[in-house]
Unconditional design. Structure first.
Length: 425
């Protein structure tokens, strides 16, 4: 009898009942099924209320990046990530920056943009003026949706409108500018956008379709910069190598994609550790990197007149300390306590500094010793574990593979067998 994924009422089942179905469908062993529901610090009933159709949870290693000095304050940085060398690189880079005073940061107010799409407008440019003229009524209606946000200084602060040309003809896009304070803001912004849609339809004579937040948060930017003495980074030759690596990425989108991925390695690890929306951060970052019509780097690196390395970064950073899973997930509560940030703006600035540190660590490795040396020694341990090594054997197999420069599953298995036969490699 063939198996079907068409399951009526699957969402009504308990997590254990769903898992029983999945176990049968996928042929899972008892051990595999048990691992899926060994959720550790995240209670299964809580997980079942966070997303749909829950059958278990997946742990991600949580590490701490050290050495961070940001605006003359020391931070420990919680990072949840499964990629080796990221935590180590961030920590090492942060240590290098301390000789130059650490990281310095700034940010803009936590303004998010909510978009209301209107189609079928006969006079879109004139309608744009009518929308702008109705700004006060629209903002009042928006702010009525969230009096608590308004009471703490947030809420809809401004409005704009633009006409865009599409394959479906001209569209009028009304944009609410909402100060979200310490929330990421998606729920508040979406609610406001939906509430003002009838007003927009009335003044434009068109029909509203989409009413939703934009994840290209160009009004919610975080910036960080640092100076790294040439002695700390390894000398002027290394400084030149980092600057040349940056120049390559700035000019070539193929390199820029990997350059920015390195930045996001650091940023997203912290975002995941605090249960913020990493999909929104990544989408916004990459869109921001292409905002001028050419995909380029989020960071810049230069050599100053003393021969030292100077770096800076600017990117959208829509993160929050309240709402969603941030205050629901028990580990997120702990990681935020470790991080010690008091506002969403401070959090955003710390993330910018982490991204710049991660970028520095990667570029220095590329320019000085090659990315493989540090990364592959850690990767080799993962290969050793996957091949079946346990305990001290993991390090023995990994070290031998790195020494041979043969970091492969087949070689790891060979080394494990050799060790079992001779009790040494």
């Amino acid at each position: 009898m063939s198996k079907s994924s068409l399951i009526s009422g699957f969402y009504k089942l308990s997590p254990k009942e769903r898992l029983a179905y999945v176990k049968e469908f996928a042929g899972l062993t008892d051990e595999e099924a048990s691992l899926l529901q060994n959720t550790g610090s995240l209670p299964l009933d809580l997980a079942d209320r966070m997303i749909e159709n829950v059958i278990g949870a997946i742990p991600i290693p949580l590490g701490i990046a050290v050495n961070f000095l940001i605006n003359r304050r020391d931070y420990l940085i919680p990072m949840a990530i499964d990629e080796p060398s990221v935590v180590a690189a961030a920590s090492y880079a942060a240590k290098m920056t301390r000789d130059g005073g650490g990281f310095h940061t700034s940010s803009t107010p936590p303004i998010m943009i909510g978009q209301i799409q209107t189609v079928g407008v006969k006079d879109p440019y004139a309608a744009r003026m009518r929308v702008i003229k109705t700004k006060e009524e629209i903002l009042k209606k928006a702010n009525e949706q969230d009096p608590v946000l308004v009471s703490v200084g947030g809420g809809a602060k401004d409005l704009d409108a633009k006409v865009i040309q599409t394959t479906q003809g001209p569209m009028l896009i009304t944009e609410l500018h909402v100060d979200c304070r310490d929330a990421m803001g998606a729920n508040a912004v979406n609610t406001m956008a939906e509430a003002v849609a009838p007003i927009v339809e009335r003044v434009t004579g068109g029909r509203v379709y989409l009413r939703i937040i934009s994840n290209l948060a160009t009004k919610r930017l975080a910036r960080a910069w640092c100076t790294v003495p040439k002695e700390a980074v390894g000398g002027e030759e290394v400084v030149d190598g980092v600057v040349n690596a940056y120049a390559f990425a700035a000019a070539d989108p193929y390199r820029a994609a990997t350059h920015n991925k390195g930045i996001l390695n650091g940023v997203i690890a912290v975002v995941i550790a605090t249960c913020n929306d990493h999909r929104a951060i990544e989408a916004g970052a990459h869109a921001y990197a292409a905002r001028n019509g050419h995909y380029t780097t989020l960071s810049t690196w230069e050599k100053n007149e003393n021969g030292d390395l100077t770096g800076s970064i600017e990117l959208p950073m829509a993160v929050g300390l309240i709402g969603g899973a941030v205050r629901t997930h028990p580990i997120a509560k702990i990681t935020l306590k470790i991080l010690g940030v008091k506002t969403a703006n401070e959090f955003a600035e710390v993330l910018a500094a982490v991204g710049l540190a991660q970028n520095l660590g990667a570029l220095r490795a590329l320019a000085h010793e090659g990315i493989q040396r540090g990364h592959m020694s850690l990767h080799a341990r993962n290969i050793a574990v996957a091949a079946g090594a346990t305990g001290e054997l993991i390090d023995l197999v990994a070290e031998k593979m790195v020494e041979e420069r043969k970091i492969r599953m087949d070689r790891a298995k060979e080394l494990i067998e050799q060790c079992k036969a001779t009790r040494k490699i």
